[in-house]
Design a protein around this ligand. Sequence first.
Ligand code: HPA
Length: 248
Amino acid sequence: MPERTALILGSGFTDLVAASDALVAETDYGVPSSAVHRVSLSGQAVLALARHGDAHSLPPHRINYRANIAALRDAGATAIIALNTVGVIGRIRAPGQIAVPDQVVDYTWGREHTFFTGNGAGVEHLEFTEPFATAIRRRVLAAAAAAGVDCLDGGVYAATQGPRLETAAEVDRLERDGADYIGMTAMPEAALAAEAGIDYVCVALIVNRAAGRGDQPIHADLEASSATARGTAMRLLEQYYADNEQST
Ligand code: HPA
């Protein structure tokens, strides 16, 4: 099967799907956050889904992650580049930069997090040692290098429940747990993609310093850095789709 890399767009990207073709809008798992759109990047028709809805109205804990992954699978996606905004814990990495994490710790709860519900199909335990697919991580990092984009390779993504941000003590705990970035959406998304047999990579847009770690209020960080991180991610995506063949 030819490779077909879809996008899951996070905060700050919903304008990309406005006025585009819409495909799958209903799945066996309910209604996805948005229809699967076809957007144009580097002259290619790219499948794209807006994680928070076309009007950016769905908070992280209300997203139907199963329907989103099922919709992309039904539309023919074999791989997914997920754009996820994050706060950064350590001082080496700064808001405005992007990163491709290589590990996850999941603190979310109460989300429909698996396609493997038993129901007569037997018990399945997904191997999830490497939560992000190696081949597509390499392609994304190669695209970053080719585009001259500063993109950090690796790090641990802590998935928190939200929608509130963390306390300073929670960030200290996440750091003790080994986390580098904190976001609210890569889980259960990455695990569901793996269950569905779709390669998944997270491109983390660092938009703030984590709670208690910055010199200014978090929302000031967000305002100052979101556009820069988005611009960097767009350059990476343009290069990725220029370099990697899609079927139409
Ligand atoms: N914490 C959790 N999720 C986030 C953050 C954060 O600091 N920034 C963007 N998404």
